[in-house]
Design a protein. Structure first.
Length: 293
C-alpha cells in the first residue's frame, strides 16, 4: 500500500471513530398525543384541518393520507399504500414540548405514525404523467393580491380548515388565503401559484405541478356549466378518497377536461401534459388501528 492509500485508510478509520462517538440528534416528538377515529359526518364541519394555538395542536377529521402529506411534505399523489389510508379519518390532539416550534410538527407526525400505527415506509422516484402549470403566451390575467402587512403577532395561532357539503367545498389556508368551489364556480383568494396548482389537481386526472415561477398571490373567479361542475365535483370526491357509486365514476370518466383547460387559459395560464420524475413515499406496512393512547 502506498503512502496515499495508507493515509486514506487512516482517515477513514479516524472518521469512523468520530462518527461512532457522536450521537445523532433525536427526532422531535409530541410531548403527549392522542389519536381517535373521527366521528361520522365530521368532515362536513369547520373543525376539519389543523389548528395550532401556543403549545396545543388539534387536527380534525383528516385522512391518514392527509397526515402523511403533512408529515413528509408531500402531495397526495406522491403517497402510495392501501386504499383505506385515503378514507379512514382520525382526530389528533397533541401538545408541543417546551422550546419546540411549529415547523417541527411534520417530523413529530412521522414519529407518531411510526409508533402508533407501526408504519414502515421507503422512498422511490417514479416517472409519472403530470400536468405542468405554465404561464401562457398572453401573460397572467389574474388580479394580484396586495402583499401582507407586517405581522404584529408572528408567534400567533395557525388555523387551516375545510368544510364540504353536497353543494360545494371551502378550504381556508389562513391569513386570507382560500378557495371555494360551489354554485358552478371556483373562486380563489390570495392563492400562490403552488396552491393554485394543488387546487386544480383536485379536478384533474393527474397531478398538477407548478412550473410558472410566479411569486405573488392572486385572486380569481372561474365559471362552469352545471354539467362540467358536476363532473368536477365527482373528480374532487374521488381525489379525497370518497367512495362513490359506479354511475358517478362512469360520469367522471366520460366527462371531458376541456372546460378545466379552457378555464385555466382564461387566467393566462396553461396546463401542459408531460411526464416528470416524482419522489414518492411507499407504505410497506401499517396497522389499520393505532395502539392505545
Amino acid at each position: 500500500m502506498g503512502f496515499n492509500g495508507m493515509r486514506a485508510g487512516l482517515l477513514g478509520v479516524a472518521a469512523s471513530v468520530v462518527l461512532i462517538g457522536q450521537t445523532a440528534p433525536a427526532r422531535p416528538e409530541f410531548e403527549v398525543a392522542s389519536i381517535k377515529a373521527s366521528p361520522p359526518g365530521a368532515i362536513n364541519t369547520v373543525n376539519v384541518g389543523i389548528h395550532i394555538d401556543g403549545s396545543q395542536v388539534r387536527c380534525g377529521s383528516l385522512s391518514i393520507k392527509d397526515y402523511l402529506g403533512i408529515a413528509y411534505r408531500l402531495k397526495n399523489y406522491q403517497i402510495s399504500g392501501p386504499e383505506w389510508i385515503a378514507s379512514e379519518r382520525f382526530d389528533i390532539n397533541a401538545r408541543l414540548p417546551a422550546g419546540s416550534v411549529g415547523k417541527e410538527i411534520p417530523e413529530m407526525l412521522q414519529a407518531l405514525f411510526e409508533q402508533r400505527f407501526q408504519m414502515k415506509t421507503h422512498g422511490e422516484s417514479k416517472d409519472l404523467p403530470v400536468y405542468g402549470l405554465i404561464v401562457g403566451k398572453s401573460g397572467v390575467k389574474m388580479q394580484e393580491a396586495p402583499p401582507d402587512p407586517p405581522s404584529e403577532n408572528p408567534g400567533g395561532g395557525v388555523n387551516v380548515s375545510a368544510s364540504g357539503q353536497a353543494n360545494g367545498v371551502n378550504i381556508n389556508y389562513g391569513n386570507g388565503s382560500s378557495f371555494a368551489f360551489g354554485n358552478n364556480r371556483l373562486e380563489g383568494r390570495k392563492l400562490s401559484a403552488t396552491l393554485l396548482a394543488d387546487t386544480l389537481a383536485r379536478f384533474a386526472d393527474r397531478p398538477v405541478i407548478d412550473l410558472t415561477k410566479l411569486t405573488a398571490n392572486y385572486d380569481f373567479v372561474l365559471e362552469f356549466t352545471p354539467e362540467d361542475y358536476r363532473a368536477m365535483m365527482i373528480r374532487s370526491a374521488i381525489a379525497a378518497g370518497v367512495t362513490l357509486p359506479p354511475q358517478a365514476l362512469q360520469l367522471a370518466e366520460a366527462a371531458s377536461l376541456d372546460s378545466l383547460f379552457n378555464a385555466v387559459e382564461k387566467l393566462g395560464l396553461k396546463l401542459e401534459a408531460r411526464k416528470a420524475p416524482v419522489d414518492t413515499l411507499v407504505i410497506d406496512r401499517m396497522e389499520k388501528t393505532p395502539t392505545e393512547n
